[in-house]
Design a protein around this ligand. Structure first.
Ligand code: MN
Length: 307
């Protein structure tokens, strides 16, 4: 167990409450580590992301100070690490199986890993909600909609692999802005009904208006959330494979996620592309942990639990 900075009986630490017994009434978060980066399109290293995020989370308390919300009324269980093997297809299958094995009422909180993991996670969750419409909100500076070339799988085409699984009308990509695409990618999204919010769009409209637009666009109950940490500016999230020089600010992602989690039933979550070998002073992991804590705070606020 950790030695704590101060002995303070008023605080509860994440490290103290893993594996708290499940009850059906409390929000239950099932953490799954996915140390998979074989599909990375640029620099590897995100296989070390999950452990670093857990380590960092363990140094936080169960109080989201920014939102004045206690996280003590929740269950967090660490389900372990997915068996990653040197085959993208097999690893993806293992990821899907691991996620679908989580018992109810656990909501999968998946720690990546490269962004390709979203496809097997989302597909597996979609199977559990066969006849329901599910939304997908992704924070990413990249479209990830490159054409699929058999035998050349990578983290930049997972959106295309979901063409038959996902209703693109309920798909929003927030934070797009990386300069490694052509107009055809924007056209593909817009013609297929995918909503794109670039960083410039957001700054022009203002964050509150953008959040209200998301509510109007996604008139559904259930939502899956995916965060590629490179949606956030490199000044705050340098530890990632493809850093972004015109990204969202941390609070823009954190506060959106809090509001979204307060509004929708979040049925799954992943955070990807955190790469500790490329990080500085744990800056990127710190942002990832803030995102996770604010997601939990939003989900607790939605259930009107005592805070
Ligand atoms: Mn990306």
């Amino acid at each position: 167990m950790f030695s704590k900075v101060v002995e303070d009986k008023s605080v509860v630490w994440f490290s103290d409450v893993w594996q708290k017994p499940v009850t059906s009434t409390l929000p239950s978060f099932g953490f799954v580590e996915i140390p998979f980066d074989f599909a990375v399109s640029h620099r590897p290293g995100t296989r070390f992301g999950p452990k670093e995020i857990i380590k960092n989370l363990n140094e936080c308390t169960l109080y989201c100070t920014d939102k004045r919300i206690s996280l003590e009324n929740m269950v967090i269980t660490h389900f372990g690490s997915v068996d990653v093997v040197q085959s993208i297809e097999q690893s993806h299958e293992n990821i899907a199986k691991a996620v679908s094995s989580l018992p109810n009422p656990y909501i999968p909180i998946c720690l990546g890993g490269d962004h390709s993991i979203t496809a097997p996670i989302f597909s597996s969750i979609k199977k559990k909600h066969q006849n329901e419409e599910i939304g997908l909100l992704v924070f990413d500076s990249h479209f990830d909609s490159r054409d699929i070339i058999p035998g050349r799988y990578h983290s930049g085409n997972w959106v295309k692999t979901l063409e038959k699984t996902l209703n693109y009308n309920y798909f929003i990509q927030f934070g797009i802005g990386a300069n490694i695409y052509s107009k055809q990618y924007m056209d593909f999204s817009e013609k297929n009904g995918i909503t794109i919010i670039t960083v410039y769009d957001m700054r022009k409209k203002g964050l509150s208006n953008v959040i209200n637009d998301i509510f109007k666009q996604l008139k559904i109950k259930k939502l899956y959330l995916s965060v590629d940490i490179d949606a956030i500016d490199q000044a705050f999230a340098p530890g990632t494979s493809v850093p972004n020089s015109n990204g969202l600010f941390p609070h823009e992602v954190i506060d959106t996620i809090f509001e979204i989690a307060r509004h929708y039933d979040i049925i799954g979550f992943d955070i990807t592309e955190v790469s500790p070998p490329l990080d500085r002073n744990n800056m990127t992991t710190n942002v990832a942990v803030q995102i996770i804590i604010n997601l939990m705070a939003g989900m607790i606020a939605k259930r009107n639990l005592p805070v």
